[in-house]
Design a protein around this ligand. Structure first.
Ligand SMILES: Cc1cc2nc3c(=O)[nH]c(=O)nc-3n(C[C@H](O)[C@H](O)[C@H](O)COP(=O)(O)OP(=O)(O)OC[C@H]3O[C@@H](n4cnc5c(N)ncnc54)[C@H](O)[C@@H]3O)c2cc1C
Length: 282
């Protein structure tokens, strides 16, 4: 089912993001995770496209499995990096044949030394436009409450977000963030740019400070210093408790502010997402 249609009739969506396991031995972890999290009736699940197109075929395979084996409503991530018009059409044809209705259209991170000029699609808005003109998917796009790391300012980034929306983007899913104030500020600016599509909040609890420092270093998000102080020097178990409790409070405030969706970055594990949803009584 098209995510745009779900968003038209529901005040708030719940969704889970998974990545295609590279090794067969890790598939069991994902099976277990899906089996637990499907009980929370997600409105959709999304399957990432490995950096540089590294999981191309696996992403398609897992997108189909989510629908055929688990009766979930999947959204496939697709990037400009490693895509040509021809390869996009091929993937779109498979998705359409299998009744998959949703694509998250992204640029992808540019691998070092990557020849941008050689790409059929340089920016996500071009991929969005191509998909919109030729195919009939509900198309999501990425948004960055703290700005994309390559952009010169948040307003410039939102100007480009508007191009993705004008090209056919129907909803935004944000990068992870830990300061709701930054998300609310993003929503205000989005409104000022006359972007009227739903913005779903990307949620990821901190379960390991060192791992999260690496993540935020790559994606341009920040961890509030007060939260860092609470996490520093803690055992793994204590860090888990603090991270989950923080995410519950963060989500509660987002729900109270009428957020249009909570999109959980699960990293293929169920514990933290399950504990957050239980904490929220969802
Ligand atoms: C929810 C979510 C899911 C993601 N899933 C994946 C995934 O599965 N696989 C993956 O590889 N990556 C994924 N990413 C990461 C994403 O691919 C990177 O953040 C990437 O660097 C930017 O992608 P984008 O679609 O936002 O690009 P764009 O919107 O094209 O923006 C990229 C940069 O170019 C700038 N820009 C945009 N348009 C223009 C223009 N016309 N002129 C000049 N500058 C412009 C923007 O400000 C930004 O700095 C995801 C990110 C999010 C938030």
């Amino acid at each position: 089912m098209k995510i745009s249609e779900i968003l038209n009739r529901k005040a708030m969506t719940i969704s889970f993001e998974f990545f295609p396991p590279k090794k067969v031995e890790n598939e069991q972890t994902l099976f277990n995770t899906i089996n637990v999290l499907k009980d929370y009736s997600p409105d959709f699940v999304s399957i990432t496209y490995g950096a540089g197109g590294s999981t191309k075929d696996k992403t398609v395979e897992w997108t189909l499995r989510m629908k055929n084996e688990y009766s979930l409503n999947p959204m496939m991530h697709l990037t400009c990096v490693a895509s040509t018009k021809e390869s996009v059409d091929k993937v779109a044809e498979i998705l359409e044949l299998n009744g998959i209705d949703n694509i998250l259209a992204l640029r992808g991170d540019l691998p070092e030394g990557f020849e941008v000029k050689s790409m059929d699609f340089k920016y996500a808005y071009q991929l969005v436009g191509y998909l919109k003109d030729k195919w009939n998917f509900s198309i999501g796009v990425a948004g960055y409450p703290e700005g994309h790391p390559e952009s010169s300012s948040l307003d410039k980034d939102i100007e480009y977000l508007k191009m993705k929306v004008d090209a056919g983007g129907e909803f935004v899913i944000t990068q992870l963030f830990f300061d709701n104030g930054k998300f609310f500020n993003f929503l205000d600016r989005v409104e000022k740019f006359h972007i009227e599509i739903p913005v779903l909040a990307g949620v990821m609890p901190i379960l390991s400070l060192s791992q999260m420092r690496r993540f935020v270093g790559m994606c341009g998000a920040t961890i509030p210093s007060e939260l860092i102080s609470r996490l520093e020097g803690k055992t793994k178990e204590d860090m888990y408790k603090i991270g989950v409790e923080y995410a519950i409070n963060q989500c509660r405030e987002l729900i109270d502010s009428k957020v249009r969706g909570l999109h959980f970055y699960t990293l293929n594990k169920y514990n933290a997402t399950k504990d957050i949803l239980e904490g929220l009584n969802i």
